[in-house]
Design a protein around this ligand. Structure first.
Ligand code: E4P
Length: 221
């Protein structure tokens, strides 16, 4: 499973890329707003220059014609752009048009298998089931990831599943077990994924044991 970062924060994206584990980025209007009043195009272009993979950039229009026009503009900003289109009726029409133009569409705000089936039929490159927001309303968000992955596999469809709205590290585990192609994770969750108290205790114990016998002599002269 690939890991994407779910953020528009340049510092966090740079750190994730430097760690060598980030294959893409997803943004949305709320995440961009967190960065203050920015030049959207300049910010997206900078993210695209840093990230070695798709950068999902969301449209703001709610009508298909506006979505299509925005998507055509956004795709000129960088080669690794994927355009995020919501799972609405208007979004479905826009996805079909854009997919025929070879635009990589990430169908977002997906909350049902029916929506995912239509996204795949329209030619979406990615579909993003929002796990955490389904959990928030008392549903089993990860079950939707399981169902979409099964459906796409059964019919051998090329749409890739991005497990989105990830809230904690066990969501990452469950997404990988479900066969999601990608999990897009907040920076905080990325940092939590590497943490384990036994690793920290182990590092400390190795250093203490070495120092007791070898003093401060290291490996390098
Ligand atoms: C995905 O592409 C979205 O940007 C994101 O995962 C939404 O997560 P949230 O429910 O935490 O806002």
């Amino acid at each position: 499973m690939q890991i994407f970062l779910d953020t528009a924060n340049l510092e966090h994206i740079r750190h994730g890329v430097d760690l060598g584990v980030i294959s893409g980025v997803t943004t949305n209007p709320s995440l961009v707003s967190k960065e203050g009043k920015v030049d959207y195009k300049a910010l997206v272009k900078e993210i695209c220059a840093i990230v070695p993979g798709p950068v999902s950039t969301e449209v703001l229009s709610q009508e298909s014609a506006g979505m299509i026009a925005e998507a055509r503009e956004i795709t000129t900003w960088a080669e690794n752009i994927a355009v995020k289109i919501p799972s609405t009726l208007e979004g479905l029409e826009a996805t079909s048009v854009l997919a025929r133009e070879n635009v990589r569409v990430n169908v977002t705000l997906c909350f049902s298998l029916n929506q995912a089936m239509l996204a795949a039929a329209a030619g979406a490159a990615f579909v993003s089931p929002f796990v955490g927001r389904l959990d928030d309303i008392g549903e089993e968000g990860m079950q939707l990831v399981v169902d979409i992955v099964d459906y796409l596999r059964y019919y051998d469809l090329p749409t890739r599943v991005i497990a989105a709205s990830i809230r904690h590290t066990s969501h990452c585990l469950s997404a990988s077990k479900a066969g999601a192609h990608i999990a897009t994770v907040p920076y905080k969750v990325l940092l939590q994924m590497i943490e384990h108290p036994l690793t920290d205790a182990g590092v400390r114990r190795f250093a203490d044991d070495w120092n007791k016998v070898m003093g401060d002599s290291g490996i390098l002269p």
